[in-house]
Design a protein around this ligand. Structure first.
Ligand code: E4P
Length: 230
């Protein structure tokens, strides 16, 4: 499974990119609204930071024609590659979204179908040409089983040889991320602070403390590279 950053904060995105293998950025209206930053300037700043990595931005339009217009406008503004392959318009998994998805996909615009809660929403999206479907794992866990939705979607895509990728979103704990990775999610998108939760383990810290004191008692403050020069 590959990783994306779910954030509208250039500072936090920059920090994650420095340490973690993130392949792009996703945003959504809730994340953007929480930050209260100027939309265009901030999206352009994020684009600058990530270069040609993927950027996913959601439409706020309700009707398919307006979704298409917004997608094309956003792609023009926010893509830095000549073919626009670095930009993904996020469309909701509703009939108007599907209609816009089919049209945009045929035109070569990348679509991520979002707010996916069932395997059938995912299958319809894939058949309309979506590049990604985004199941909301924790929101589903609140009422049922997020991992099951990911696992069934992965089986459907495999059985019917569909290229659409699963981009799992909405997590509250590390176990949910592990479980969707094992269940066939191709990507997940995580808030910046989540990356630290994935790498941290107290026993790793203990192991390092042990190595430190063993080394100190044998070689003092000299490092292996210093000792190699003696
Ligand atoms: C999708 O774009 C988001 O990752 C998702 O809505 C976040 O879900 P949460 O609000 O449960 O964290």
């Amino acid at each position: 499974m590959r990783f994306l950053i779910d954030s509208f904060s250039p500072e936090e995105i920059k920090k994650v990119l420095e340490y973690y293998p993130a392949e792009g950025v996703t945003t959504n209206p809730a994340i953007i609204s929480r930050e209260r930053r100027p939309l265009k300037a901030t999206l352009l700043e994020i684009r600058e930071l990530i270069g040609e990595k993927m950027l996913h931005v959601q439409t706020m339009q309700k009707e398919s024609g307006a979704m298409v217009d917004e997608a094309l406008k956003l792609r023009d503004e926010l893509s830095v590659t000549p073919d626009g392959h670095d930009f993904f318009i996020k469309l909701p998994a509703v009939p108007e979204g599907l209609k816009a998805c089919a049209y945009l996909s045929k035109k070569g615009v990348n679509v991520t179908m979002t707010a996916i809660f069932t395997p059938m929403q995912a299958l319809l999206s894939a058949r309309c040409g979506a590049r990604f479907v985004a199941p909301y794992v924790n929101k589903l866990d609140d009422v049922g089983d997020g991992e099951a939705c990911v696992e069934k979607t992965a089986r459907l895509f495999e059985a019917h040889k569909l290229d659409t990728k699963i981009l799992s979103a909405s997590f509250r704990n590390v176990s949910q991320v592990t479980r969707v990775a094992l269940s066939g999610s191709h990507y997940c998108t995580l808030p910046p602070a989540f990356f630290e939760k994935l790498i941290y383990h107290p026993m790793t810290e203990n192991a390092l403390t042990g190595f430190e004191s063993d080394w100190l008692s044998a070689y003092g403050n000299k490092t292996p590279s210093e000792l190699m020069e003696e």
